[in-house]
Design a protein around this ligand. Structure first.
Ligand code: CMP
Length: 138
């Protein structure tokens, strides 16, 4: 059994899609073993996505990710990193396979509704980030 981090991003929370995403996770047989709604500050978002700091979309991404609450969750299951990424679909919804969350629900490349860790080591780091740092903000 291994674990991965899921985020339901501000665009999806805003459009009342939290339940829809969680339903897909549960139907796929992944176990939700942690769940938390948080409103990231811009600094939180900058830290979470610092691996992308040099990319042209970084500033806009951090602004968007702090524009409203997100839901962060920990998913558990055999091969959970890969299975959650498969459920999400490609980063760009225009390239995502039919039936994936991003194909069905996402707004754009930036507002792509969900995030998942890309490897086991990243998952450990990202899960720790949410465990330790994030108070609910008004
Ligand atoms: P995510 O999987 O959370 O990883 C980085 C995020 O940056 C991505 O989803 C999108 O929300 C956003 N993003 C915006 N533009 C791009 C781009 N050109 N390539 C990759 N990610 C992008």
């Amino acid at each position: 059994m291994d674990r991965t981090l899921m985020m339901i991003k501000p665009d999806a929370v805003r459009r009342n899609l939290v339940g829809e995403v969680l339903r897909r996770v549960e139907n796929a047989g992944l176990k939700i073993v942690g769940l938390r709604m948080v409103h990231l500050s811009i600094e939180d978002a900058q830290e979470f996505y610092r691996v992308h700091a040099e990319r042209p979309f970084y500033a806009s991404l951090c602004k968007y990710m702090s524009s409203g609450p997100i839901v962060a969750g920990v998913l558990e299951g055999e091969d959970s990193v890969r299975r959650w990424r498969e459920l999400m679909g490609a980063t760009n919804p225009a390239e995502a396979a039919p039936g994936t969350i991003r194909k069905d629900l996402a707004v754009s490349l930036e507002e792509n509704s969900v995030h998942g860790s890309d490897a086991r080591e990243t998952a450990d780091q990202e899960i720790r980030f949410f465990d330790l740092k994030l108070p609910l903000r008004g």
